[in-house]
Design a protein around this ligand. Structure first.
Ligand code: TRH
Length: 390
């Protein structure tokens, strides 16, 4: 444990990959920024190194311990094992409420001063988040207190993850046609595919991709749709008439669909910056699309009882008031229904209404980013919050 003057010297993040890539995606972004911008010694405990490697190819999938980008990555194999107080970090983050190893919690209770224990929660635009952010929770038996930390869209939450140089890097890339052309060429996108309206597609398997492809195919403009390998596999294969492996592509009518490799987080940002429109999902790519400053539609992670529709509507109310084309398309994309929605409007009409909103979306994006910037970046907010608890 460090003294007051250099707090925090060390920080541990415990991450279990539930499914998909968001858990490790967010934890890895957190870890890199805490290490890279705040020089904190970060240990990232993660159970599924194979998923981790998909978003960061430098990760070795068989190493108990490895240093990646200055972060000590430990393979979290289970809940057993003795831990000494000296091994406990100044700040301990359990991601999405994972259960820490009992030995680690016992060691936390022996530390003086106690570590700051954070439960990092999921991102939502719902009103109740502000009332829960930063709330304490006493451990039932041990002299420990955990605090809830919620990312969010207002100054009464933890804000959004944003690296210090993100927007400058984005602006430089988007101002450099050569860099964009080189990046796209690396994905096999050249010539007319570059000149077309470029969309990236990252969604869950149940997204209505086939009807959207059909609308684009007979639409009013050439569309290039770039799909990371494994995304919407069935519907992409149906369109291609071939296996949806990286490099596979086909043009039918005005639509070209091209399967691209699942890339590193760093390159995925460039994909979002290089496209004219982005389809994103879950949590981390949703935030990255907001920072990319290009129009996007969000495919929300499904929850029982259609709770995800409540979250979707809460975000749309904050982000897209008055943008009826974007609202209606987003609700349809997520299988949500609104009473006033025209049930019989086809996807071509929905897409056309969304296109009509593009100037309004661009204006809204600029105001939205200014608002999000004013909340401060999540990592700085988290460190200030932890220091306030000392
Ligand atoms: O993969 P996801 O669906 O993760 C989900 C969500 O986070 C959801 O909220 C959570 O409850 C669930 O996991 C358990 O979507 P998300 O959040 O966008 O995470 C994807 C990560 O993968 C993100 O960090 C971006 C990264 N990525 C790449 O690095 N390369 C790629 O090619 C692509 C497509 C994504």
């Amino acid at each position: 444990m460090s003294q007051h003057d250099s707090f925090p010297a060390t920080l541990a993040i415990f991450c279990k990959v539930v499914d998909n890539y968001g858990d490790i995606g967010i934890c890895w972004r957190l870890a890199r920024q805490l290490r890279g911008e705040h020089r904190i010694a970060v240990t990232l405990w993660v159970d599924d190194l194979a998923s981790f490697r998909r978003i960061w190819p430098a990760v070795a999938v068989d190493a108990d311990a490895q240093t990646v980008e200055g972060v000590l990555v430990r393979h979290w194999r289970g809940q057993d094992g003795e831990v000494g107080p000296g091994e406990v970090a100044d700040i301990v983050i359990e991601f999405f409420g994972v259960d820490l190893p009992p030995g680690y919690i016992a060691a936390m209770a022996q530390c003086t001063p106690r570590p700051i224990w954070i439960n990092y929660e999921g991102l939502s635009a719902e009103e109740w988040v502000e009332g829960c952010h930063a709330l304490p929770s006493m451990h039932p038996r041990l002299p420990l207190t955990k605090h809830f930390f919620f990312p969010g869209f207002t100054e009464k939450t933890g804000g959004l993850l944003r690296e210090r140089d993100l927007l400058a890097e984005r602006d430089a890339f988007q101002a450099d046609p050569g860099a964009q052309a080189a990046f796209l060429a690396g994905l096999g996108v050249t010539g007319e595919e570059v000149a077309a309206f470029k969309t990236s597609l990252f969604c869950y398997p149940d997204a209505p991709v086939a009807p959207l492809f059909a609308a684009w195919r007979t639409g009013g403009r050439d569309v290039t749709c770039l799909v990371p390998e494994g995304v919407a596999r069935e519907q992409v294969q149906d369109f291609l008439g071939a296996e949806a492996v990286a490099g596979a592509h086909a043009t039918r009518g005005r639509l070209t669909v091209r399967v691209i490799p699942f890339m590193s987080q760093r390159d995925y940002d460039r994909l979002l910056w290089a496209c004219d429109f982005n389809f994103v999902r879950g949590e981390d790519s949703w935030v990255r699309a907001q920072w990319a400053g290009r129009p996007f539609v969000w495919h929300i992670y499904r929850q029982d009882g259609n709770l995800h529709h409540v979250k979707l509507r809460a975000f749309l109310q904050k982000y897209a008031p008055g943008l009826t084309g974007l609202n209606e398309f987003s609700l349809r994309w997520n299988g949500a229904r609104d009473p006033h929605m025209d049930e019989h409007a086809d996807w071509a009409q929905s897409w056309s209404s969304l296109q009509a909103d593009l100037p309004g979306i661009s204006q809204r994006n600029a105001a939205w980013q200014a608002q999000m910037l004013a909340n401060g970046d999540l990592v700085s907010n988290l460190l200030n919050f932890a220091r306030s608890l000392r």
